[in-house]
Design a protein around this ligand. Structure first.
Ligand SMILES: [Mn+2]
Length: 196
């Protein structure tokens, strides 16, 4: 059993709510992160060659937030940007640098998804370059499920059978929405959850 969560964007309150829900719904679930744990406060368009020498200048990290990050996670575009624009021996930077691009779990792979092709109107995933039959990702802050290339309507608290050819699961966002996904690797089901 896995609880997949991501796009926390430094929201301590939302992460605590989601933890509480996981504790109530699936206390034995292994928590895996889809990245963008932190919020980078320097936007993409404001990036220059300048290297910041303290992390506080470029990211939100509220008191007690880091202590909650005890689960394995991949990196997202926020972590990528934080690394790109800083030069400091802060141990937190080293921790961020250690986050992998992908994590393999039972029968699936976890990735942030910003590496793929996004665009269109409304802005959405155009092309996913997956390495696994089933992939959990985030990035867009919109829960979604695609089975064998067909987009499914997402209903909350309903287990979806994912024992099919190709499955893409957008786990939504912890920030603001308190969304997460429960993945039962034995029964091969995913259930979308909202901790609000
Ligand atoms: Mn992202």
């Amino acid at each position: 059993m896995y609880a997949i969560i991501g796009d926390v964007h430094s929201s301590k309150e939302a992460l605590e709510k989601v933890f509480q829900a996981i504790q109530q719904n699936a206390p034995d679930a292994t928590i895996i992160g889809t990245g963008d744990l932190f919020e980078c406060t320097i936007s993409k368009k404001d990036i220059t060659d300048k290297k910041f020498t303290s992390l506080q200048e470029v990211m939100l990290n509220p008191e007690g937030f880091e202590a909650l990050l005890t689960f394995p996670s991949v990196y997202g575009n926020q972590e990528e940007r934080i690394l790109l624009i800083t030069e400091t021996d802060d141990p937190l930077r080293e921790e961020i640098k250690k986050l992998p691009e992908t994590i393999d779990i039972e029968g699936a792979q976890v990735i942030h998804g910003h590496q793929w092709e996004w665009g269109g109107e409304p802005w959405s995933l155009q092309q996913a370059n997956v390495q696994s039959r089933m992939t959990f990702f985030g990035h867009s802050h919109t829960s979604g499920l695609s089975i064998d290339g067909k987009s499914q309507k997402v209903d909350w608290n309903v287990p979806y059978d994912v024992s099919c050819e190709e499955v893409l699961v957008n786990v939504g966002a912890v920030v603001e929405a308190c969304e997460w996904v429960l993945y039962d690797s034995v029964k091969q089901t995913v259930t979308f959850r909202k901790a609000m």
